[in-house]
Design a protein around this ligand. Structure first.
Ligand code: M6R
Length: 585
């Protein structure tokens, strides 16, 4: 959720680097942002409400001087979107400044105690207590002792960067929210994820839970919760970064959809070469396990539903669960293999599900996009989906590569699918953009839309509905065609948009489509059935009878959702209330 960034450098002017670094984390939250710099023993703070560029236009972060700073981009949890609630937060005396990602669960209790002894709070956030907590502790304790107490006394999750007016250091603490140090030649960078600094270094160390650290421009010391110094291995990471910036595109979402052919090929190649061993190990683990459960959220969950469909077709029993409900529905033991699917690798609901599964001694593997993310580091084995950086909050190319990896797994068990021509088929689909935009214009005029599918296309119906809701703010329901008559049909009136996903000549979904049409629905069809091809309301996907249709229909849906949102002038890459990395429960 929020993004935090800190830098300590030899160079006295780091404002631009800080601004660029923070921008790279903006997909984690964009309600407000701010920076605190240490300059000649004075902490200077600038912050305000809005996206980083807008706030920068107003406050000009580049005026901040100094070689040491912390920064924050917020996704609000506690406290409304106001300037006062923006980070960094200060202690009463202004000597301490902090940025925080996470939730301090017992902040009200702490705030009350601190208020009684005279602390004045200016925000309604949980995070502000951190600055006052340290101010109070440091009256009679060392900073290390204060950190040890903090980890003991605080309930909740945190990645914190803390500046003290009299020290050329950044103090950092972490529990559950991600935190890494990027090691560069002439500076150290602290950030919520490696993307923040992957353009500057490929070396990083990662904080684990209940650790704290003292970072200078050329050193770092890390400690466990008892204050014992710990050794950290420097990890070298490889992070595929597509051409930076939006280039010719109006939005990252479209750029990322058009990257799909390239990233599909990259993943397929890697499964044959670089990741061949790990892929083989994963197949063996699946074969050996008595029970297989996927755990995922949102779009990644829809990919897992497709995975379950493919595997069921060839007799491999798998269950898939939305991670936030995992502990209520999963029956897990030592013979269970839990396969986590996550783009960010930081989704708290998935992490919780994995912790629950670990307690029951299940085996954990994962399919993730962000290397060295928490979920990857929690897994015995993890495959990279190699979609590269996904900036738009709406997941597109990551969904495609998650599904491709699941198809490859199913292939190993005998599922017949030709993946070699997938990227060409994707490119082919992009040629229908004009037709898709025309259909999108029509749908954009409605308040509700229904997307129906069956079997292979049921997960796709849900995924298209999620995409439409997320970026266009139109209410959309993705459902099994067969369920319509059990209730939802009552909502279909003259002109209600229904998108029907017709795989080949699936008679059942064709009848469901007729049923809604008879009630006046305005039908759009996404199909690989050539008999519908020439109709105006049809997005034709030129592919055969293998499981690729599901994937290609999902991409057609991504394009449709994109154009609906674009016609409506929505902020497509940064939809309201959302964030790319959901690290709260
Ligand atoms: O990073 P993850 O794949 O674990 O994220 C899960 C969901 O939050 C994510 O897929 C979300 O639904 C997307 N923004 C939808 O486009």
């Amino acid at each position: 959720m929020c993004g935090i960034f800190g830098c300590l450098s030899n160079n006295d002017n780091i404002a631009l680097l800080m601004l660029k670094g923070l921008k790279r984390l903006e997909y984690r939250g964009y309600d407000s942002c701010g920076m605190a710099f240490l300059d000649n023993h004075v902490i200077n703070v600038k912050k305000d409400v809005g996206e980083i560029d807008r706030v920068n236009d107003k406050v000009n972060f580049l005026e901040l001087k100094g070689h040491l700073g912390i920064a924050h981009t917020r996704w609000s949890t506690t406290g409304k979107v106001t300037k006062q609630n923006s980070h960094p937060h200060q202690s009463c005396d202004g000597n301490i400044s902090i940025v925080h990602n996470g939730i301090i669960e017992n902040y009200e209790e702490i705030k009350q105690v601190l208020t009684v002894i005279g602390h004045k709070f200016v925000s309604n956030t949980d995070s502000e207590v951190i600055a006052h907590y340290f101010e109070e502790k440091l009256k009679n304790k060392s900073i290390n002792e204060a950190c040890i107490d903090f980890i003991k006394e605080i309930k909740g999750t945190f990645a914190i960067l803390l500046l003290k007016q009299d020290e050329d250091k950044i103090y950092a603490l972490k529990r559950d929210s991600p935190l890494a140090v990027g090691i560069c030649k002439d500076k150290n960078i602290l950030a919520s994820d490696i993307h923040a600094f992957s353009n500057l270094t490929n070396k990083a160390i990662f904080f684990d839970n209940d650790e704290f650290g003292i970072i200078t421009k050329d050193s770092y010391e890390l400690f466990n919760k008892d204050g014992k110094a710990i050794e950290k291995l420097i990890k070298s990471f490889e992070w595929k970064e597509e051409e930076t910036g939006k280039k010719k595109y109006k939005h990252f979402m479209m750029k990322e959809i058009e990257e799909e052919p390239k990233v599909v090929d990259r993943l397929l190649r890697s499964l044959d070469y670089e990741q061949k061993n790990d892929f083989g190990k994963l197949i063996e683990l699946i074969k050996k396990s008595k029970k297989i459960i996927f755990a995922a959220c949102g779009t990644s969950y829809h990919a897992s539903l497709l995975g379950a469909y493919y595997l069921h077709k060839i007799g491999v029993e798998v269950q898939t669960l939305i991670a936030s409900e995992f502990k209520h529905y999963a029956n897990v033991d030592k013979d269970t293999l839990v396969i986590a699917i996550s783009q960010s690798g930081e989704t708290m609901d998935v992490i919780d599900a994995l912790n629950y599964a670990k307690e029951k001694n299940a085996k954990i593997v994962s399919l993730v996009n962000v290397p060295y993310s928490t979920i990857q580091r929690m897994s015995e084995l993890s495959l990279n989906i190699l979609a590269g950086q996904e900036i738009s909050v709406a997941s597109t190319k990551a969904f495609v590569n998650q599904t491709v990896l699941l198809l490859r797994i199913a292939q190993e068990f005998g599922y017949g699918v030709n993946l070699k021509n997938l990227s060409a088929k994707l490119k082919n689909l992009f040629q229908q953009k004009e037709k898709i935009r025309k259909i999108a214009k029509k749908i954009s005029q409605s308040n509700d839309a229904y997307i129906i599918g069956r079997g292979l296309t049921y997960p796709v119906a849900r995924e298209i509905a999620l995409k439409i809701k997320e970026i266009s703010y139109i209410h959309a329901e993705g459902m099994m065609g067969g369920e319509l008559k059990h209730g939802t049909l009552a909502l279909i009136d003259d002109g209600t948009p229904v998108i029907s996903l017709i795989s080949n000549s699936d008679e059942d979904i064709i009848s469901n489509t007729r049923e809604v049409e008879a009630r006046g629905a305005d039908i759009t069809i996404i199909t690989n059935n050539p008999t519908f091809k020439e109709q105006e309301n049809v997005i034709y996907v030129n592919t055969g009878n293998d499981g690729k249709f599901g994937l290609l229909a999902a991409t057609a849906g991504q394009l449709l959702a994109y154009h609906i949102a674009d016609v409506l002038g929505r902020p497509i890459d940064k939809p309201k209330n959302l964030s790319k990395s959901i690290s709260v429960r």
